[in-house]
Design a protein around this ligand. Structure first.
Ligand code: CTP
Ligand code: MG
Length: 223
């Protein structure tokens, strides 16, 4: 299985003054932990990391001896563009691909393998968890408009897996139609293409804010 790791963000919500993936947790960079997990999944055979050229040296240095097992790909100014660059840098033999955010360092190899296995029967799969909070849809004046039924609500995570040809087509359509999305499954939905949900776990958070760093440290102690 081929895996692409978007790592070309700036981490603005983390307010660390640099790419949050370079922040140290338990003695290693955040991206080190992500790459370590991905490379230890038995079904993974190829890994590409998508980063900003300015971060290249530091990111590759921080993943230490894994750097010779991963391919470097230049990212774009949005996640969507970064993933598209990644798709265009896959070896031509790649039929399926998992996209996994560099910022989700608490993923375990088992869930990565589960996504890879489910992708055998489906064109598109994503890891997600059932929402436990009651979700409100709010207007831009700060007043509640609606409360959707929680039974049908899932929080999307990564990995998200796809047939490469289909995902490339979806990204090309998005460019043509000016669609902007924050995950790849959204493009499939907009095209009415089916996406299968795989139940993951709520430990697989996207490290976004300083509080998430504290949570990640607690989990990484057990790794
Ligand atoms: N990402 C990317 N290219 C971009 C923007 C984001 O590859 N132009 C990556 C990030 O590095 C991250 C993943 O997409 O691993 C999810 O994005 P997010 O958590 O939003 O990270 P940032 O964009 O870095 O953070 P922020 O939105 O707070 O600036
Ligand atoms: Mg972002």
């Amino acid at each position: 299985m081929h895996v692409l790791i978007p790592a070309a963000g700036s981490g603005s919500r983390m307010k660390a003054g640099r790419n949050k993936l370079l922040i140290e947790l338990e003695g290693e960079s955040l991206i080190f932990w992500t790459i370590k997990s991905v490379l230890s999944a038995s079904l993974v055979s190829w890994v590409g990391i998508i980063g900003q050229p300015n971060d290249k040296q530091e990111l590759l240095k921080s993943v230490k001896n894994f750097s010779n097992k991963i391919k470097w790909i230049n990212g774009g100014d949005t996640r969507q563009k970064s993933v598209f660059n990644g798709l265009n840098s896959l070896p031509s033999t790649a039929e399926k691909v998992l996209i996994h955010d560099g910022a989700r360092c608490l993923i375990g190899p088992d869930l990565i393998n589960k996504c890879a296995t489910e992708l055998e029967q489906n064109d598109a799969v994503i890891l997600a968890t059932k929402v436990t909070d009651t979700i409100k849809i709010v207007d831009n004046r700060g007043y509640i408009k609606e409360t959707p039924n929680r039974q049908n609500l899932w929080a999307a995570q990564t990995p998200q897996g796809f047939l490469v040809k289909r995902l490339r087509k979806a990204h090309e359509m998005a460019i043509e139609k000016n669609w902007t999305v924050t995950d790849d499954a959204s493009l499939f939905e907009m095209l009415n293409w089916q996406v299968k949900i795989i139940e993951g776990n709520s430990a697989n958070i996207k490290i976004t804010s300083p509080l998430d760093l504290k949570i990640a440290k607690l989990f990484l102690k057990d790794f």
